[in-house]
Design a protein around this ligand. Structure first.
Ligand SMILES: *[C@@H]1O[C@H](CO)[C@@H](O)[C@H](O)[C@H]1NC(C)=O
Ligand SMILES: *[C@@H]1O[C@H](CO)[C@@H](O)[C@H](O)[C@H]1NC(C)=O
Ligand SMILES: *[C@@H]1O[C@H](CO)[C@@H](O)[C@H](O)[C@H]1NC(C)=O
Ligand SMILES: *[C@@H]1O[C@H](CO)[C@@H](O)[C@H](O)[C@H]1NC(C)=O
Ligand SMILES: *[C@@H]1O[C@H](CO)[C@@H](O)[C@H](O)[C@H]1NC(C)=O
Ligand SMILES: *[C@@H]1O[C@H](CO)[C@@H](O)[C@H](O)[C@H]1NC(C)=O
Ligand SMILES: *[C@@H]1O[C@H](CO)[C@@H](O)[C@H](O)[C@H]1NC(C)=O
Ligand SMILES: *[C@@H]1O[C@H](CO)[C@@H](O)[C@H](O)[C@H]1NC(C)=O
Length: 512
């Protein structure tokens, strides 16, 4: 404010010399030589003072200072994904909104024509945005929102992305903002200024991929449940026979719930929430009384070949209230914590060589970020778990001697997280068999229950690293009974006959 007042005296000051000149002319007419000399001295002194004042002003108040631009915050807008179609798309774009402010320290306004903001990830341009022209008033700050679209393919194809996300979960990017404009003071002093700003930003891509569910079981903290996988074929391939035996065993064990390890509907998942396959392969097949319990389910690779979101849609619960299917989630019960993992997106071949198959990857892209978040969420959820038993459920096997064998992506990425956090069981489907495997380098029991319908594939490989305690190539299912000190698992065949069982007690367990 004080500065503004300082401006005013200057304008009259620049006129004053002229009026002084007129006065001088009068004196000159009187031809008083001495007075003239005195006067000339006066004028000279005035000029000197004036020049000094001007110089001071030019170097202080009127000096054109560069505007200051500042990046206040950056917000990640929601990833835009196509809806209403099952067509996979190679990638989707992410957009960021940066809150940029331009502070104008000058006593005159700063007019800028255009602003550009470019984003770089490790030196590669991944997005650019242009802001509209504007004006920052004298001594004022102008704020604007600049939206930058990031070309996701450029970002995800960068070989460094994975390791960068691994180490911190933060995506580090640099931005370069350029604002070009003009500062004009009193129509006399004009200056073109270009202000540039380099900014390093860290975007926290952590998100909660794991939803939390709770199951309150029996008062004595014991828990029993059945595990079935790879089943939905309208009752064919012994699916109905298995369902019948599950009902029988379920009643005997007074089960709390059923776990489905995925590949719920063959061949290509559900076509939509109204697909009759849901009732024909699920509701009408598993109709016995003891199976009228929650079915905690995940998706398999075949489910991704249909409308994957349909199976996740809570609308299905209106048709059959048992159906609880999420991509990934934790299920906390008294003595055991379950961690359901969406393993299909881990498998490279579905992305690199899908053949004629079409996968519904909505909600998965950008894949690296999805998987990274999932692993980190699992890690923190496992660390947080204080339950006696930690059970991870996925569709794909980590260890298997059947048709598909080990899943290398899971050995590389998922297994280290399980080993680090003392997981007791990894339960999966995918291979249409029953098997129990353990390996020398960890205490995890690898249990496959993927024999809900079509089986008898005839594959039976050897495992060069792990011990195969049991393998059965035909149809069947698994039961588990947990107490705080004891866990017991049983495999059953199509006649409901126990064909393998194994148990471990907490005492023995902690010694291992
Ligand atoms: C993503 O950005 C690229 C480059 O700007 C554009 O060609 C492409 O159409 C965008 N994709 C989507 C899904 O908006
Ligand atoms: C900014 O605007 C000027 C004209 O107003 C134009 O010549 C220049 O190319 C623009 N710069 C950018 C980076 O768009
Ligand atoms: C920028 O966006 C934020 C939140 O989206 C909003 O509150 C703010 O008013 C916007 N600023 C401008 C200058 O549009
Ligand atoms: C990043 O994590 C993935 C999966 O957790 C792993 O396969 C990869 O080797 C890691 N990369 C680095 C550089 O740590
Ligand atoms: C700012 O970024 C631009 C573009 O990446 C680069 O050319 C320039 O050298 C950087 N300046 C500074 C001071 O880092
Ligand atoms: C990222 O965000 C998550 C959830 O909002 C938070 O738990 C985590 O601490 C953040 N990470 C960093 C490095 O700020
Ligand atoms: C059904 O189970 C029986 C007994 O294991 C078996 O002999 C038969 O081949 C199975 N049917 C099919 C289609 O797999
Ligand atoms: C850890 O467990 C507590 C209590 O069960 C829960 O409130 C919290 O949200 C959990 N945190 C994470 C990261 O899962």
């Amino acid at each position: 404010m004080a500065d503004k007042e300082q401006v005013r005296p200057l304008a009259p000051a620049s006129i004053r010399p002229r009026s002084d000149d007129e006065e001088t002319a009068l004196y000159l007419k009187k031809s008083h030589r001495t007075k003239c000399i005195k006067c000339c001295g006066c004028i000279a002194a005035l000029f000197v003072i004036l020049v000094i004042v001007l110089i001071i002003l030019i170097f202080t108040v009127f000096k054109v200072k560069d505007p200051i631009i500042k990046m206040n915050s950056v917000k990640v807008n929601k990833l835009d994904l196509i809806t209403g179609t099952t067509t996979p798309r190679p990638g989707s774009n992410m957009s960021l909104t940066a809150d940029v402010s331009v502070k104008n320290p000058n006593v005159a306004s700063f007019k800028y024509s255009n602003t550009t903001t470019a984003l770089y990830y490790r030196g590669t341009a991944i997005g650019e945005a242009r802001g509209p022209p504007g004006q920052a008033k004298a001594r004022k700050t102008m704020r604007m929102n600049v939206t930058v679209d990031i070309i996701m393919d450029t970002l995800t194809s960068n070989p460094n992305l994975q390791s960068d996300l691994n180490s911190s979960g933060l995506l580090s990017m640099t931005s370069f903002t350029r604002v070009g404009g003009r500062v004009k003071i009193l129509k006399i002093i004009k200056k073109h200024v270009i202000v540039k700003m380099n900014c390093t930003m860290f975007i926290n891509l952590t998100s909660q991929e794991l939803q939390r569910l709770e199951h309150h079981g029996k008062s004595d903290e014991s828990l029993s449940f059945l595990v079935i996988g790879d089943w939905g074929r309208g009752g064919l391939y012994n699916q109905s026979e298995i369902a019948f035996q599950m009902g029988r065993i379920g009643e005997k064990l007074d089960i709390d719930f059923v776990i489905s390890t995925g590949d719920n509907f063959y061949d290509n998942g559900l076509k939509g929430v109204n697909d009759p396959a849901f009732q024909e392969s699920f509701t009408k097949i598993y109709s016995q009384k003891s199976l009228q319990k929650p079915w905690y389910s995940i998706l398999g690779n075949h489910d991704y070949r249909g409308d994957a979101k349909a199976q996740l849609n809570p609308m299905l619960r209106k048709i059959d209230s048992r159906w609880i299917c999420l991509r990934s989630f934790t299920l906390n019960t008294g003595s055991a914590d379950f961690f359901f993992m969406d393993t299909t997106p881990f498998v490279d071949v579905y992305f690199t060589d899908p053949e004629e198959r079409v996968y519904d990857w909505r909600g998965i892209y950008p894949r690296e970020i999805y998987l990274n978040n999932l692993l980190k969420d699992l890690d923190s959820a496992l660390r947080n778990s204080t339950a006696e038993w930690k059970i991870v459920v996925g569709h794909h096997a980590i260890r298997s001697i059947s048709h598909h064998g080990d899943t290398q992506e899971l050995i590389d990425q998922l297994l280290p997280v399980l080993e680090m956090n003392g997981v007791d069981f990894y339960v999966n489907g995918h291979d249409h068999c029953l098997q129990r495997i353990s390996c020398p380098d960890n205490r995890i029991q690898f249990l496959t229950s993927g024999a809900g319908s079509k089986a008898w594939r005839g594959d039976d490989k050897k495992h060069d690293k792990c011990a195969v305690h049991f393998f059965y190539d035909g149809q069947g299912f698994m039961s588990m009974q947990l107490k705080s000190t004891e866990a017991k698992m049983v495999f059953y065949d199509v006649f409901g006959q126990p064909i393998h069982q194994w148990s471990v007690s907490r005492m023995l367990h902690s010694e291992m």
